[in-house]
Design a protein around this ligand. Structure first.
Ligand code: COA
Length: 174
C-alpha cells in the first residue's frame, strides 16, 4: 500500500455533502479531548488496536486533528438544564498529523453506515481542516483504499512510496 498525495488547493466543496447528510441527522465536527476514552474504545472495537493508539495523539494536538461523523438523536426527556443535551452516536472518524506532520489517516466509518457518503464527507472535512491550518498538500499514508481516495479528493499515488516512512513493529520483550 503506497502513499498518496492530495492537492489541498483544489478540493471539492464540503457544503453539498454536509447538507445532504444533515437531512439524515448526520453531522461532522472536530472531536474534543475529553472524549478520548469512548473514541479509543470505539476505534479499537470496530477497526484496529493500532488505530486506537492514535486517538490520544490526535485529541492532544493543540488544535485537535480528529474529525468525527455523528448521528444526532433527540433527547428522550425534557431538558433539565442547558447542558442536558442528547448523546451523539459515533459513526466515523478521521485524523491527520498523527503518524507524521501533514499525513492524513486513518479514516473509518461504522460498517452499518457505509455507502452513504459519510466517508467522503469526513475525508473532505478533514483535508479542508488541513488546508485551513496551512498545508498545501496532504499525504495519505499507506492508503488502503486508493481508488476511493482518488475519486473523493483526486489523490494520486506517490511513486516508490511503499512502505514509505512506516517501520516494522517495535518489540519490547528483551
Ligand atoms: C473506506 C471507508 C472509510 C469509506 O466510507 P463510506 O462511508 O462507505 O464512503 P462513501 O459512502 O463516501 O463511499 C462509498 C463508495 O466507496 C467505495 N469504497 C469503499 N471502500 C473502498 C475501497 N477500499 N476501495 C475502493 N472503493 C471503496 C464503495 O464501494 C462505494 O462506492 P459506490 O459509491 O460506487 O457504491 C469505509 O469503507 C471504511 O471505514 N473502510 C474500512 C477502513 C478503511 O479501509 N479505511 C481506509 C483506509 S485508511
Amino acid at each position: 500500500m503506497a502513499d498518496m498525495l492530495v492537492k489541498l488547493y483544489t478540493l471539492p466543496e464540503l457544503a453539498p455533502l454536509r447538507t445532504q447528510l444533515a437531512v439524515e441527522g448526520i453531522g461532522m465536527r472536530r472531536a474534543v479531548p475529553q472524549k478520548h476514552l469512548v473514541l479509543g474504545a470505539w476505534v479499537r472495537g470496530h477497526f484496529a488496536e493500532g488505530w486506537a493508539a492514535g486517538v490520544k495523539a490526535a485529541l492532544n494536538q493543540q488544535l485537535v486533528s480528529c474529525w468525527l461523523a455523528v448521528l444526532h438523536t433527540p433527547l428522550d426527556h425534557e431538558a433539565a438544564h442547558a447542558y442536558d443535551l442528547p448523546a451523539e452516536q459515533l459513526l466515523g472518524f478521521a485524523w491527520y498529523d498523527v503518524a507524521s506532520k501533514g499525513m492524513f489517516g486513518p479514516i473509518g466509518v461504522h460498517p452499518a453506515y457505509r455507502g452513504r457518503g459519510i466517508g467522503t464527507a469526513l475525508l473532505i472535512a478533514t483535508v479542508h481542516a488541513m488546508a485551513d491550518v496551512g498545508y498545501q498538500y496532504a499525504i495519505i499514508g499507506w492508503a488502503g483504499a486508493p481508488s476511493w481516495y482518488a475519486t473523493a479528493v483526486g489523490a494520486q499515488l506517490i511513486p516508490d512510496s511503499e512502505p514509505g516512512g512506516f517501520r516494522g513493529p517495535l518489540r519490547g520483550d528483551l
